[in-house]
Design a protein around this ligand. Structure first.
Ligand SMILES: *Cc1c(COP(=O)(O)O)cnc(C)c1O
Length: 235
């Protein structure tokens, strides 16, 4: 059985308090970091709880699942894609998502730009970078980030808001934390470099999940993507 709204509210209040604490500890203002609940693998009620709680956005990692939930959910909500996107689903993604965070190749940029043009819209995107050099993770290699960004900035129907990454897991909690610190510092460094080189602000740094959001906030995250801490384990 899925959690009830009061359970969600309690967890969200607690998570937000921990996020605010992490901000204050490094001299950041809590309003600098947004919470994006990740509703993947959970029923449409999860999205409805987010609306009722008063947050404006959710993350999903599969196109088809999100399309169905979005149709069934009520109330105003933005939907963002955070999972790997195949080029042949680009058009569907442009139709159903407010932003795509998982853009990791020029081929995908081409497909998204063409679809956005045909549908008469500008699609906000983030470039997903494999900033932890994790062989098991999607995302462009850091060395390819400059070329990918140049290609993205040249697209008339795309708007690049910033970068996204996922930190690799380690064999122990200490190793996982070490990977997270290194990955998040690296993404921020890549962003600062790219912003200085191109003049694009790239203000969004989407990094941090249930296990590592505090470390991500320390490193400059502007958006944490949290599922488990809010909705419980995924089945
Ligand atoms: C599932 C997922 C999350 C949320 O993970 P939790 O550990 O459950 O908070 C965040 N980002 C991405 C890209 C995901 O796929």
């Amino acid at each position: 059985m899925f959690i009830d709204f009061e359970t969600f509210r309690t967890r969200a209040d607690k998570l937000r308090a921990l996020m605010d604490e992490a901000c204050v500890a490094v001299g950041r203002h809590p309003t600098e970091v947004q919470l994006m609940p990740v509703t993947k693998n959970h029923p449409v009620a999860a999205a409805d709880y987010v609306v009722r709680y008063g947050l404006p956005v959710v993350g999903e990692n599969r196109v088809q699942e999100a399309v169905e939930k979005r149709a069934a959910s009520t109330g105003p909500l933005r939907w963002e894609l955070i999972g790997h996107l195949q080029s042949n689903k680009a058009r569907l993604a442009v139709q159903h998502f407010d932003r795509v965070q998982s853009v990791d190749s020029e081929k995908l940029l081409n497909h998204l730009d063409r679809a956005a043009g045909e549908l008469g819209r500008t699609l906000p995107i983030l470039l997903q970078i494999n900033a932890g050099n994790d062989p098991a993770k999607f995302g462009a290699e850091p060395a390819d980030a400059p070329r990918l960004l140049d290609a993205a900035l040249a697209k008339p129907h795309l708007r690049v808001d910033g970068l996204m990454t996922i930190a690799p897991l380690g064999a122990t909690p200490a190793e996982t934390a070490g990977h997270a610190r290194r990955t998040f510092a690296n993404l921020r460094h890549i962003r600062d470099d790219l912003a200085a080189r191109t003049g694009a602000p790239l203000r969004e740094l989407s990094m941090g999940m249930t296990g590592d959001f505090a470390l991500a906030i320390q490193a400059g995250s502007t958006l944490v993507r949290v599922g488990t801490a809010l909705f419980g384990p995924r089945t």
